[in-house]
Design a protein around this ligand. Structure first.
Ligand SMILES: [Zn+2]
Length: 235
């Protein structure tokens, strides 16, 4: 292939690469479902560790307390306000946190959902939010209990919803839908990595093309040189 044609093809591939890079959804978003959901300061929280399922661990309450501390000391930095919490022992609190054995079985939610936050909104403000967490889930046929670290992350995520945050597309952010909507991960992942996969394919094509073409070209040149130097040996 002539060098100028090869260069043109290479340009076309690089242009496609640029387009793939430009249209990849790389921008990170941290949507607010409600920018200012709470009128009440401090926000009262009732952690129901009395009506608990069979596999509840007393250390889960501590994880919820740590998750509350996470948000009151800044959280992921995406809240427009700093929440203050007061843990109370009455179930008419602003935020009610409770556990069930398995959400799929006990609340009829889709498989893979580890927790949810249900806000009751009145005039654009949250009147109260119910957070339901499961203590474990089924992996195949075997049931596995969540460890403390896992429970803390699930609680952080759900409390984030109770504070007005929506889902982020930032995989490193606590509001990435890893814990409450596990079945959402795959489409998101594909959406995020597809342009990268396409870019990778195009790049390797470009490399193969350039080097492959170059190699062909130099082989022809070498043959020509050999011909010139050695003369027409065999014919
Ligand atoms: Zn969520």
């Amino acid at each position: 292939m002539p060098a100028n044609k090869r260069r043109r093809v290479l340009f076309a591939i690089l242009a496609l690469l640029l387009i793939a890079a430009l249209f990849s959804p790389s921008e990170k978003v941290y949507p607010l479902l409600n920018p200012d959901p709470w009128e009440n300061i401090p926000i009262t929280v009732y952690i129901d560790d009395r009506n608990v399922p069979a596999h509840y661990s007393p250390s889960y309450r501590v994880q919820v307390e740590r998750a509350l501390e996470y948000w009151s000391s800044g959280g992921n930095g995406k809240l427009g306000y700093t929440p203050e919490f007061e843990i109370v022992e009455e179930d008419n609190a602003d935020i009610l946190i409770m556990w069930v054995e398995n959400l799929q079985k006990d609340a009829g939610v889709p498989e893979g959902v580890a927790g949810f936050a249900r806000p009751y909104e009145v005039n654009g403000r949250y009147e109260r939010v119910e957070i339901v967490l499961e203590v474990g889930n089924y992996q195949g046929y075997s049931w596995r209990q969540y460890g403390d670290a896992n429970m803390r992350e699930i609680a952080k995520h759900e409390i984030g919803h109770a504070l007005g945050l929506g889902h982020s597309n930032d995989r490193k952010d606590i509001m990435f839908p890893t814990y409450d909507q596990k079945d959402d991960i795959n489409p998101l992942l594909v959406q995020k990595t597809l342009p990268l996969i396409i870019a990778g394919i195009l790049l390797s094509l470009a490399l193969v093309f350039y080097h492959g073409g170059g190699w062909l070209h130099s082989r022809k040149k070498r043959e020509k040189l050999e011909e010139e130097i050695l003369g027409r040996k065999e014919k």
